[in-house]
Each structure stands twice: as C-alpha cells, then as structure tokens.
Design a protein around this ligand. Structure first.
Ligand code: CU
Length: 155
C-alpha cells in the first residue's frame, strides 16, 4: 500500500470516528445498538517483583455485547489478560463484556497481567493502559498504584 492510500484510509477512519459519535447518541438503550462502555474502579497493586496485575470494571450500558481483546501499556511489552481457575491463572484470548452487563476484573479472578516491567511503579503513581475491544474504540485508563494487598471488596 503506498503512502497516499494510507493517508486516505487514515482520513476516512478519522472521519468515521468523528461522525459516529453524535449520529449514534441516544441509541444506546435500543436493542442491537452499539456497545456503550464505561470503566471504573481501576487499580494496580504495587508490584513486588517485575510482574504486576491490573483490576477494573467495564460496564456496558449498550444493547450489544462487546469483548475485551487486548491491553497495552508503556510499562510493559508483555501485557495479557488472565482468568483464574482452581487458583491457577491462565491466559485467555478475550473477555465478554455482556450487553447491559459488566466485566469485572477483581482480585482472585480475572485480571490484566503485566510481565517484564520496564519500570516498577510505586504506590501513589499512576499507570496508563489502553483497553482494546472487538467493537468499541480503545479506552485509555489510568490505574492508581495501591498497596500490594489492596482489595476494594474488603474496605
Ligand atoms: Cu495472571
């Protein structure tokens, strides 16, 4: 693909992204509409080694399901999504974000896994991640770094 084609495609994508917002506003409650995602409760327990986990909740108020497919971050080139089964964690390809439901990444369960940290974030700092979805545009979230045992469910 030559440079002009790339440029044209980029412009087209930008145009679609810009025009999609207002045109679809107000459709979120109708069945079969777009997913409408909102992230809350994000945090990262302070890493004890060169690995870290991330937790958050993705709420979907739209009538269509979506999927969390990957996560990227500047602090690691090796970020994956894990589920925990029988106290063992394993990598998964994606997580469901059900229509009019939510995806919970919480301690002891599903989580974001950061390996080979390039720098070790300290408590009080924030780690930016980008969440990638099957349908929705990527969402950038800042994870405040908490003490290593932090668990909002126990507060
Ligand atoms: Cu893990």
């Amino acid at each position: 693909m030559n440079r002009r084609t790339t440029l044209a495609r980029t412009t087209l994508v930008a145009f679609i992204a810009l025009s999609a917002g207002p045109a679809l506003a107000g459709c979120s409650s109708s069945a079969g509409g777009e997913p409408a995602l909102k992230v809350s409760g994000a945090f990262m327990p302070q890493p004890v080694d060169d690995m870290a986990a991330g937790f958050l909740r993705v709420e979907n108020s739209g009538g269509t399901a979506d999927r969390l497919t990957s996560v990227t971050s500047d602090i690691s080139d090796d970020v994956t999504i894990h589920e925990t089964k029988n106290q063992k964690m394993q990598r998964v390809k994606s997580f469901d974000v059900p229509a009019d439901g939510e995806l919970d990444l919480e301690r002891g369960g599903n989580h974001i896994m950061f390996m080979k940290l390039k720098q070790k974030p300290e408590q009080g700092q924030k780690v930016a991640v980008e969440l990638h979805f099957e349908k929705s545009d990527p969402i950038t979230v800042e994870l405040p770094v908490k003490e290593s045992t932090y668990n909002p469910k126990k507060h």
